[in-house]
Design a protein around this ligand. Sequence first.
Ligand SMILES: [Zn+2]
Length: 226
Amino acid sequence: MAEPGTGKTIQWIRNHVSYPHKDWCVIWPFSTTRGYGRFSHLGKAYYAHNFMCEQAHGPAPSEIHEAAHECGDTACVNPHHLSWKTPTENGLDCRKHGTHVRSRYGSAGKITLEQAEVIRSLKDTRRLRELADEYGVSESAISNVWTGKTHYRPSKINHWTTEEDDIIRDGVAKGLNFAQLAKLFTGRTVSGLTARAYRIGLTSGTPCPPKKVIPDFVGTPPERQS
Ligand SMILES: [Zn+2]
């Protein structure tokens, strides 16, 4: 077991308690699966998001408060996306693995993003009526979640997939600059890519990769349509 304050996990948490960026999720890096991150420290087991919430925002105001995700990604530990909420406020229905529906915390119009994620995942296996009863909302409220009319993930939160991270790593290894890298993506800006690359440690402490000049296209121009 790690010494107090010297464990890799605790050190990582300390380094991210004051994480400055709000606009994207910080995925717990010590799990091989998605969902709530967990770790043990001095013989005690913790949920990563709970621990981070306490480090960043102080202890839970009461025993029933839970660390809630504003972004709906249970693997995220970005302190800006975490806050203490009561179960009613949180409407946290996916307790441990994001699949088990525990009870009806919601009230009409009070479906949280986390609940919505669960509701969406149940689209093919559950009936509208059952879910409406379970969450204490109208059938149209559930239907709106299913169709994406409400509760889709806010676009200000940029989720980067591991595939995208791999493309960035690959591109940087090949010497592409960020403008060239951005051309490999749709819906990503050069500054977004630069920030992400920094986030995954690619430019931290090392100079930006040298700009490689891609020669202009020198072939015969296509025939003009007449
Ligand atoms: Zn997040």
